[in-house]
Design a protein around this ligand. Structure first.
Ligand code: CMX
Ligand code: CO
Length: 140
């Protein structure tokens, strides 16, 4: 089942400026940074609470790497702001199948690779009360 809030994804135009805002304003530090070409993002994970056992919660700051990416499209339409939420699960395929049986459109027929080798699927925001929702199974 879904056990926790894994992260909140935030679309930004300038990743370094966004990191600096969260660092200087709140003291949150970057734990992990990477480029995910499949998702079209340069991203940073800032840990908000929790430990390394898979129970932590993060902010995911997302800067688009190309104009046809979901985050670029979101920024063009809405400007910077909250882009999605992500729930943690110990079995992303099973969780996606269960949610799909409830009539929610699962956007990824097979889980894709997310942050730090995690497995992710997205659920259509129009089936989730306007909230783009991700399910994530961490690699460890
Ligand atoms: N949150 C809520 N609603 C959203 C949304 C978002 N992030 N993105 C789009 N929508 C809404 C739009 O407002 C629009 O609604 P209306 O029809 O009422 O105007 C509708 O969905 C369609 O929007 P669109 O701009 O035409 O966007 P697309 O249908 O092309 O794509 C989506 C939307 C969700 C299918 C696409 O963004 C997607 O597949 N996202 C999943 C992948 C992703 O977001 N990757 C980046 C993050 C990676 C990570 O977390 O690691
Ligand atoms: Co995410």
């Amino acid at each position: 089942g879904l056990t926790r809030l894994d992260h909140v994804g935030i679309a930004c135009r300038d990743l370094d400026a966004s990191i600096e805002f969260y660092r200087t304003t709140y003291g949150f530090e970057v734990e992990h940074e990477e480029v995910n070409e499949e998702q079209g993002v340069r991203e940073a994970m800032l840990r908000i609470n929790g430990t390394d056992d898979g129970g932590a919660t993060f902010l995911q700051l997302l800067e688009p790497t190309r104009e046809d990416s979901p985050v670029a499209k979101f920024l063009a339409r809405n400007g910077e702001g909250v882009h999605h939420i992500a729930f943690g699960t110990s079995d992303v395929a099973a969780s996606a199948a269960g949610v799909g049986e409830r009539g929610v459109r699962v956007l990824d027929p097979e889980p894709r690779t997310g942050t730090a080798g995690s497995q992710i699927v997205f659920l259509h925001p129009k089936d989730c009360g306007g909230v783009l929702t991700e399910l994530v199974q961490s690699a460890h």
